[in-house]
Design a protein around this ligand. Structure first.
Ligand code: UD1
Length: 365
């Protein structure tokens, strides 16, 4: 079996790590295509080196652009790659512009598409990711759902026949790296200057267009972080840095200390060292849950609804509209003591993905 993985953005590289490792233990051929959607070393190279992922076989170098420009550039470049490689499967990951472009280019040329992390829904049509995931699910041949909830969503959309419960590959990698961090196999993370890892601090990230692109909203969210009673280590995504600069918003104010995005092991170690996380990232909500810390999510909804059970994750769409003390109490609350269960699987999802792809290919033969 020949599988061509299309990846391009940071969260996809994290998911690629366990998938590449699972294929490495088989006779299957695994080809990695990097679209180049993310190109800064902080968002791309450090994941390949840090997680032991083989270098990409093909690099499309599309870079940044508006949605149409970025998606279109991947589409245009993929035809030749598919013609050259002729894979049995094109495997696409998550919900970025690289995902939908990879899927669409493949189905148009009659290549089979498998979608990893299928069936997630926010039902928020303002999110570019929501369109990417719905369109990708509806054109893919094999829908690899991470959770029972995702299986239900796909069933509701008439896609049950193509759906398989695979578990979440994020668990595979997150727990593996957690254990390595606990075993002292990674250096201490490069936290922003002014953060003492021995003292309580909150870890924060912010990159969703709905939070970063409106100057008034971004300024209000940063003020809410600045008003917190413990230091806030803000790992600033380039989109956040670019928008803050554009709008003349100072990120480093009050409790906020600004640093660069961390490599994966650094991020896991930072979550473990923190008193809790404030974020709008999908992946980080789940990583915080898996690592047993409280998460506060600056969004009106989440795709990862399982994290909300027992108060591990709490949604706060507008922190600046809350009473300052209530907000501080919520963001600094201790981690719950309630049982979490294993809604995202047991850390063997990547092997399950390989098996499901083998089975689906055999069934078509
Ligand atoms: C993308 C995904 C989002 C995912 C996120 C993870 C889409 C629509 N969005 O958002 O789902 O959660 O990745 O990080 O696909 N930039 C750099 N260097 C880089 C990459 C980006 O400076 O290496 C800056 C550029 O100013 C760019 C902006 O960040 O315009 C946004 O990048 P883009 O890839 O369009 O979307 P993300 O916000 O990263």
């Amino acid at each position: 079996m020949k599988v061509l993985s299309v990846v391009g953005a940071r969260p996809q590289l994290v998911k690629l790590a366990p998938i590449a490792a699972a294929f490495a233990g088989t006779d299957h051929q695994h080809v990695i295509v990097h679209t180049g959607q993310h190109y800064d070393a902080d968002l791309s190279d450090v994941f390949f080196s840090g997680l032991g992922i083989p270098d990409p076989d093909v690099h499309l170098g599309v870079g940044s652009g508006s949605h149409g420009v970025q998606t279109g550039a991947v589409l245009a470049a993929m035809d030749k790659v598919l013609e050259d490689e002729r894979p049995d499967w094109v495997l696409v990951y998550g919900d970025t512009n690289s995902t939908v472009a990879g899927a669409l280019s493949a189905v148009k040329l009659h290549y089979k598409v498998a979608h990893l992390e299928a069936g997630l829904r926010s039902f928020n049509r303002r999110m570019p990711e929501e369109h990417n995931r719905v369109l990708t699910d509806h054109c893919a041949d094999l829908l690899l759902a991470p959770t029972e909830e995702a299986v239900r969503h796909l069933g509701n959309e008439g896609l049950a026949e193509r759906t398989r419960l695979a578990g979440d590959v994020m668990v595979d990698i997150c727990l593996r790296i957690r254990d390595a961090v606990l075993a002292g196999e990674h250096p201490a993370p490069a936290l922003p200057e002014g953060i003492d890892p021995e003292q309580p601090f909150l870890l924060a990230t912010l990159h969703r267009p709905d939070n970063t692109d409106d100057p008034a909203r971004l300024a209000a969210i940063v003020e809410s972080l600045a008003a917190l009673p413990v230091p806030v280590a803000l790992l600033a995504h380039p989109r956040l840095v670019a928008r803050a600069e554009e709008h003349g918003i100072k990120l480093e104010q009050g409790a906020v200390r600004v640093g660069r995005p961390l490599p994966y092991a650094g991020l896991v170690a930072a979550v473990m060292a923190s008193a809790g996380v404030v974020t709008d990232s999908g992946g980080l909500q789940k990583e915080t849950f898996l690592l047993g810390r409280a998460c506060t999510t600056i969004r009106p909804e989440t795709e990862w609804v399982e994290t909300l059970e027992g108060g591990w994750n709490v949604l706060v769409p507008d922190p600046h509209e809350m009473d300052v003390e209530e907000w501080a109490k919520l963001a600094t609350r201790p981690a719950p003591t309630t049982e979490q269960g294993t809604p995202y699987g047991d850390g063997t999802a990547a092997q399950c993905v390989v098996k499901l792809m083998e089975e689906a290919l055999a069934a078509q033969a």
